[in-house]
Design a protein around this ligand. Structure first.
Ligand code: NDP
Ligand code: 8X3
Length: 253
């Protein structure tokens, strides 16, 4: 029987690459995000390779929207979910703690923390029912360390790290694997979003070194998902070779 993966934030970056990777493996895909036209385009492109493809448009910050969208799926599809990837997330701005914008703080907390909680709360009952499943949370090097002016984003990713460890304990009796994947700098739309569409500022983040690419994370998800039933990768820190930790880069400029 074909396996099913539920991916939040499949309209760009890691989520889109994960969708392509699992489509190539013939899995059923549940693709989610706010930008419907991107989901529809991806569905069209991946049809024929993947099994069934379902697209759900919702904002992970809003529990009722998550619930309404997820419950449009037939029960049989919800019960078939094998892997949930909590990937949707963002950084908004980068400023000293006293200079932070309140809307940016709310957006990061509501998306990166509450979004993971809301979607997980809705999907976990189906994994528990069949006593199997795998939850993959996108943490970050920013969830292991902090860096200047990264304060609230770093705090949200530390929360994801803590939630991954907590979920693993609570879901242990139900044979549900939980993996925290913590990437370093990866060139996606992440910096464009962080710097509110400023392409020059976004590009500068990756100047002088080779960052990770979305496919590197999709390959990592593929690796953790394809371990045998008795093996779980709990936590995986993946960095560009030119990045030692949250702050130190070897740049050739
Ligand atoms: P992108 O900006 O390329 O993609 C982010 C995805 O998240 C988009 O599909 C976007 O979809 C979705 N998303 C954002 N906000 C919401 C929301 N409120 N509701 C639903 N979906 C939302 O970034 P990345 O692929 O790089 O980031 C993916 C994850 O990886 C994030 O959690 C990020 O924090 C984390 N990460 C990124 C790193 C990097 O350097 N790039 C490094 C470490 C971790 P849409 O806008 O259509 O809703
Ligand atoms: C994104 C990577 O280093 O900008 O999580 O926080 S970083």
């Amino acid at each position: 029987m074909k396996k099913t993966i539920f991916i939040t934030g499949a309209t760009a970056g890691f989520g889109e690459a994960i969708a392509r990777t699992f489509a190539a493996k013939g899995w059923n895909l549940i693709l989610t995000g706010r930008r419907k036209e991107r989901l529809d385009k991806l569905k069209e492109e991946l049809s024929g390779q993947a099994g069934e493809i379902y697209c759900l448009t919702f904002d992970v910050q809003d529990y009722i929207s998550c619930q309404n969208a997820i419950y449009t799926l037939p029960e049989k599809v919800l019960e078939s979910i094998d892997v949930l990837v909590n990937n949707a997330g963002l950084a908004a701005g980068r400023s000293s703690i006293d200079q932070g914008d309140l809307n940016d703080w709310d957006t990061m907390i509501d998306t990166n923390i509450k979004g993971v909680l809301y979607v997980s709360k809705l999907i976990i009952p189906f994994l528990k029912k069949k006593e199997s499943g795998h939850i993959i949370n996108l943490g970050s090097i920013a969830g292991k360390e902090v860096y200047p002016s990264g304060n609230v984003y770093c705090a949200t990713k530390h929360a994801v790290d803590a939630l991954s460890r907590s979920m693993r304990i609570d879901l242990l009796p139900f044979n549900i694997k939980v993996t925290n994947i913590a990437p370093g700098a990866a060139e996606t739309e992440f910096s464009l979003v962080r710097f509110k569409g400023d392409e020059k500022q976004a590009k500068e983040v990756y100047n002088g070194f080779t960052p990770l690419f979305a496919q590197d994370i999709a390959d990592t998800v593929d690796f953790v998902v394809s371990r045998p039933a008795h093996v779980t990768i709990n936590d995986l820190l993946i960095m560009p070779t030119a990045q030692a930790n949250a702050t130190q880069f070897h740049k050739e400029i």
